[in-house]
Ligand binder design. Structure first.
Ligand code: FDA
Length: 387
């Protein structure tokens, strides 16, 4: 049995951050993972350049059963704090759009930075073996990892959520939480493409076509690009609304977000011989499909009333997804370990002293655009200060 001050389960962004911070505070920390390399999701994130934070990070850009929970950690470890670490390590970065910060070169630099911080803290990292029994007695946690055994007064659940199982993602965080009597908010795939039923086959012909839209589901709206796929809808605007979407809900798309009311009637007066397809400022194939659906050809041959109705439909096109592409394609998981049982300041379970949960394992899920990593860093930092 090897003894430490803290055992961190999961060598992803949250676990490495927590381990580095605690290690540099003088704690003896071991990180255990079944993967053969640390930070695999960091490496594939942001198209290999890791969208590592967002300058507009704010609690209202996160979903959680308790929307206030993330405030404390996000407020105490901010995007600027993480950026300061990135700069300290000489990592070149740029803002792409909407406050999203990416590495200029490679996501590998973020993993190397976190490993460097762990090394500074003397953290032990053990990879490539399955987690076995987890015990708890007399204020001490014990964990089997392969054929080694570890003991510590603190145990950190940082094993993420089940999105992208082929990368080794599992729902083990929820099993461990339940074993200690913590509740789990039903996990759902989020930031995920949505699928359309067969009668929307016309749109399948558009696979690969992308255009800026405003997409809406329930009360939320996102102005970004939507992309048609052979199975349905994707692109940033759709991924964003997917986190809020529930089975049976419609998703509406405004294909003409930048026009003034009455624009089609005005277009008819200016160019009566033009067709709707020619008039729509959209990719040609998409314009053709929408015009065919609306059964409108030449504007001059169409009544003003029909054009006003077409305007309305183009700005509020209703899709009824029949599902999503699931955890296999989801960037993150909505839901997870219920925050009610955790301290928002330290991430420690109130009923089980020494047990912490951080990162995606917890019921806090960010928007697309660097928000999820910022949660991993902030929650990891909070636990690292406390354990
Ligand atoms: P994470 O999943 O990173 O780490 C969990 C660790 O636990 C892994 O190392 C895993 O191997 C280990 N583990 C799991 N089950 C285990 C078990 N049973 N036994 C032992 N170990 C186990 N976010 C963002 O902000 N910007 C971005 O650019 C992107 N891009 C992106 C792209 C893609 C393709 C995906 C899938 C996700 C993103 N994300 C993202 C989301 C981001 O990757 C995610 O929110 C964080 O990685 C979560 O960090 P955690 O450390 O909580 O979990």
């Amino acid at each position: 049995m090897e003894t430490f001050d803290a055992i961190v389960l999961g060598a992803g962004g949250a676990g490495l951050m927590a381990a580095g911070v605690a290690g540099q505070r003088g704690r003896r920390v071991v990180v255990l993972d079944h993967a053969d390399a640390p930070g695999k999701k960091i490496l594939i994130s942001g198209g290999g350049r890791c969208n590592f934070t967002n300058l507009h990070t704010a609690p209202d850009r996160y979903l959680s059963a308790n929307p206030h929970f993330a405030k404390s950690a996000l407020g105490r470890y901010t995007a600027r704090d993480f950026l300061a670490m990135v700069e300290r390590h000489g990592i070149a970065w740029h803002e792409k759009t909407l406050g999203q910060l990416f590495c200029d070169r490679s996501a590998r630099e973020i993993v190397d930075m976190l490993l460097g911080e762990c090394e500074l803290g003397g953290v032990t990292i053990r990879l490539g073996a399955a987690l076995g029994e987890i015990g708890h007695a007399d204020g001490r946690f014990t964990v089997r990892h392969g054929d080694r055994h570890y003991a510590a007064p603190s145990l950190v659940i940082a094993t993420g959520g089940p999105s992208i199982p082929k990368m080794g993602a599992t729902g083990i965080a929820y099993d461990i939480a339940r074993r200690f009597g913590l509740k789990v908010v039903e996990p759902r795939p989020a930031l995920v493409p949505l699928t359309l039923p067969g009668d929307e086959a016309l749109f399948r012909a558009l696979s690969g076509v992308a255009t800026p839209v405003v997409a809406r589901a329930g009360k939320v709206a996102f102005a970004e690009a939507a992309l048609f796929t052979h199975r349905g809808l994707s692109g940033p605007a759709i991924l964003q609304v997917s986190s809020y979407w529930r089975h049976g809900d419609p998703v509406t798309i405004d294909f003409t977000p930048d026009v003034m009311p009455g624009w089609l009637v005005a277009a008819k007066r200016a160019r009566p011989r033009a067709t709707l397809t020619q008039t729509l400022d959209l990719p040609a194939r998409l314009a053709e499909v929408l015009a065919a659906r609306l059964a409108i050809g030449e504007l001059g041959a169409t009544s003003d009333r029909a054009l006003i109705e077409a305007e309305r439909r183009l700005s509020d096109w209703r899709f009824e997804p029949n599902g999503s592409e699931g955890f296999a394609k989801a960037e993150v998981t909505v839901g997870g370990i219920a925050t009610a049982a955790l301290s928002s300041k330290t991430m420690e379970a109130r009923s089980v002293p020494g047990l912490y949960a951080i990162g995606e394992a917890v019921d806090v899920t960010g928007w697309l655009g660097g928000y999820n990593f910022q949660w991993a860093w902030a929650s990891g930092w909070a636990a690292g200060q406390a354990m």
